[in-house]
Ligand binder design. Structure first.
Ligand code: ZN
Length: 460
């Protein structure tokens, strides 16, 4: 917001106050006399529904902003929305309700004449959360009601236990398609919406990652619905992700802006996040250790905690920076232009993860007609997805987390031969060939002795 805008905003607020005071005054005097003449404050023009795996978002399009009240009723489960002095023009019987939770929307008798009472009949118990949205782009004033499925609110944590002995775990990549649902993201000149494009690209990226042995992709968003930033990273955490990749496409007022880019969190953003984490330390203490470590925050007193969090955030950013460099390099071979010749930094909320290295990929500018056209091409997106995957793969080849297939395959280990070992067993354990071990150690025969140190080679 500029200073000028702030000024206007302040003036509007002041005049709004006087208008409100005036209205209140006149309404209290006249409402008893002329109740039936009271003007309708707002009209509900349409209703939209967005279904996500554990919640339903209901959006009411309004002619102006409104106050509202929400009440939960049981037997049967329903949600009552009261909006003073309003009416509804949308035909409630013809609504296309995309929701696991909502059976029906209907009008009901309000407590006060002239008010609007809407009832959402539910299939099961749900917790509502509501807020107003100001006009934005093609949208006017909106009232948003999120209904959370109570049965699905209990978060399933994947067990922290190590996988069975010879079973080497996959490196988990969380792919986060930006925006969704009510939030379309950037818009292209031919009408492409960022939210649709990045979901397609994210799914392609997940596909190419899942084809790699030793890597597994999960998607934070699988359909057209909005997820809060924190929710996106929470999903990554639930799956014990080793890396979080947020996928976006840029938009700019000038159609000339072009080029793909890769972003990481800057240190200033990191510091403010540490302050926030300190507050949440009690409930989220177990996160300090990330995927593999067993350290928990609560094991330490608060001064040590802040140092540890600092270190972990720095570590997370250093790792993110390395991964981003690999991805940037590979994308540069596919994209017609990179926005900058290097990885960029910003204070992006979705990247604030002390426990998971995180990068953000801007696949190009959809506000640029040529890049919009390119990004609409499935073939081009596949090239881009492969480039991102190759960048990630290159990083993890030389920085494999403990206990992963990648560690076994690509990390150079020194192994001390134990009783009962032979070259076949050792080769099998590290997933390399006997020949590779023999070459790395200059062995003439297959014989090894107990206590002998063997270099286990890095494959490729
Ligand atoms: Zn975006």
């Amino acid at each position: 917001m500029t200073a000028k805008q702030e000024q206007i905003f302040g003036r509007n607020l002041r005049s709004l106050f006087f208008i409100k005071a005036f209205l209140f005054f006149t309404l209290t005097i006249f409402s008893t006399l002329f109740l039936s003449f009271a003007a309708k404050a707002a009209v509900v023009k349409s209703m939209r529904f967005w279904q996500s795996p554990e919640s339903t978002r209901v959006v009411l399009d309004l002619s102006s902003s409104v106050d509202h009240k929400i009440e939960i009723l049981t037997n049967p489960h329903r949600i009552v929305i009261d909006i003073p002095e309003s009416s509804v023009t949308v035909n409630l019987d013809e609504l296309e309700i995309k929701s696991n939770l909502i059976k029906k929307v209907r009008k009901s008798k309000p407590l006060r004449v002239g008010d609007l009472r809407l009832v959402l009949d539910l299939n099961k118990a749900a917790t509502p959360k509501s807020f107003s949205l100001k006009p934005y782009q093609d949208y006017g004033d909106r009232l948003v009601i999120d209904l959370f499925d109570q049965q699905k609110e209990v978060v399933k944590q994947e067990p922290r236990i190590a996988p069975e002995k010879n079973l080497k775990r996959d490196i988990v990549i969380a792919i986060d398609a930006g925006h969704g649902g009510e939030d379309p993201g950037a818009l292209g000149p031919s009408g492409t919406r960022e939210k649709d494009l990045v979901l397609k690209l994210s799914k392609q990226l997940a596909d190419v990652i899942n084809k790699e042995k030793g890597m597994k992709a999960i998607l934070t968003r699988k359909g057209d619905y909005y997820l809060r930033h924190r929710k996106r990273t929470d999903i990554a955490r639930e799956h014990r992700a080793d890396l979080f990749v947020s996928v976006h496409a840029d938009g700019f007022k000038s159609p000339k802006a072009r080029g793909a880019s890769v972003w990481i969190l800057n240190l200033r953003g990191a510091k403010s996040e540490i302050a926030r984490w300190m507050k949440l330390q009690e409930e989220k203490s177990e996160l300090l250790g990330g995927v593999d470590s067993k350290i928990t925050l609560s094991d330490y007193d608060s001064s040590v905690r802040s140092v540890l969090l600092d270190l972990q955030m720095e570590n997370s950013i250093a790792e993110s920076s390395q991964i981003a460099k690999h991805v940037h390099k590979k994308m540069g071979k596919v994209a017609p232009k990179m926005h900058k010749p290097h990885v960029e930094e910003n204070n992006l909320l979705v990247l604030k993860n002390p426990d998971i290295p995180s990068i953000l990929v801007e696949s190009g500018f959809i506000s640029n007609p040529q890049e919009e056209k390119l990004l609409k091409s499935k073939k081009y997106r596949l090239k881009l997805a492969n480039a991102v995957k190759d960048g990630i793969k290159n990083y993890f080849k030389s920085n494999a987390p403990d206990g992963t297939y990648y560690a076994a395959r690509y990390r150079q280990n020194i192994y001390r031969v134990r009783r009962g070992d032979n070259l076949t067993k050792v080769a099998h354990r590290f997933d390399v060939s006997i020949q590779q071990i023999k070459m790395a150690n200059n062995l003439k025969s297959n014989r090894v002795r107990i206590g002998q140190k063997l270099i286990i080679p890095v494959a490729n």
